[in-house]
Design a protein around this ligand. Structure first.
Ligand code: FE2
Ligand code: FE2
Length: 280
């Protein structure tokens, strides 16, 4: 069975975020081999017995918007055993994403924004484009909101997950909140009117967190390349962290709803047998 067709009413979705891929052999921030990081993430997901029904690739796909980086990314993502869906982050270029991923059939053929819905399983997936070219911060403008409102009105009763690069909410960590998301009230109004949106998943902050927002649950995925610290007591951006990369795994089951797991990527020694503790 093709993974996108769903196994009964159950659906498994993985998210990989913020790969910042560069292909020139130069280590990102002099520390991170982004090619290896992406290969590790792909190998990790491919090692699961059950391939996910969909993999959400939530932006900052490449570090620099060079054609070569996107070609390399495409080659690598094609090794996944599941259909994958890309959306742009602030490091990306819409034209180059179109050039390299349009043939997969889900990106809009015309218009500025790379937003779309995936209607292949019991859980509907909607990708939003929050990019402002040349800027770090994200936005959802009137035009993008109108599109979202229309597409949500098409299926008001179908459970829906929205994926987007920039979180539209605050995190409580000042240095993560320094770039204010534009249009968050507009978006919040739409989400509040559409209770079928059971989850919003984002990237950009390179740190796992969850928040209750606009009547739903919203979250940020860790990066598969590098993390930002949980610096609660400072406004300063003190650097990045080499905490383990990870990918969220969402399981949709109609009798339970949506369950979010986190799968750490790395060699942690494999499964250990349960053995009795020595009696002393
Ligand atoms: Fe990023
Ligand atoms: Fe970003």
């Amino acid at each position: 069975m093709h993974p996108s067709s769903g196994r009964g009413d159950r659906m498994i979705i993985a998210q990989i975020s913020d790969m910042h891929l560069r292909d020139d052999g130069i280590l990102l921030k002099q520390k991170i081999d982004t090619e290896v990081a992406l290969e590790n993430a792909i190998g990790h997901i491919n090692s699961w017995e059950t391939p996910p029904n969909a993999i959400l690739v939530t932006g900052d796909l490449v570090q620099r918007t060079k054609r070569q980086n996107y070609a390399n990314l495409r080659k690598k993502l094609d090794q996944l055993r599941s259909p994958y869906y890309v959306i742009p982050g602030n490091h990306d270029n819409r034209t180059l994403i179109r050039e390299h991923f349009s043939d997969l059939g889900y990106l809009p053929e015309s218009g500025t924004f790379l937003q779309y819905s995936v209607d292949t399983g019991p859980l509907r997936l909607i990708g939003l484009d929050t990019m402002i070219p040349g800027e770090n911060k994200g936005e959802i403008c009137g035009k993008r909101c109108e599109w979202l409102q229309n597409i949500l009105h098409e299926k008001p009763d179908q459970p829906t997950l929205i994926f987007m690069h920039h979180p539209p909410f605050k995190t409580g960590v000042n240095f993560l909140d320094r770039h204010q998301f534009q249009g968050s009230e507009l978006l919040a109004n739409i989400i509040e009117q559409n209770p079928q949106v059971i989850r919003i998943v984002c990237g950009h902050l390179h740190r796992q967190l969850q928040v209750s927002w606009a009547g739903t649950i919203a979250s940020v995925s860790p990066s598969i390349a590098f993390q930002l610290p949980m610096a609660l007591e400072t406004d300063a951006d003190r650097g990045f962290s080499l905490e383990p990369p990870a990918c969220p795994v969402y399981i949709w089951q109609p009798d339970i709803g949506l369950i979010a797991h986190m799968s750490l990527i790395g060699d942690f020694g494999g499964l250990q047998p349960f053995v009795s503790d020595p009696i002393v």
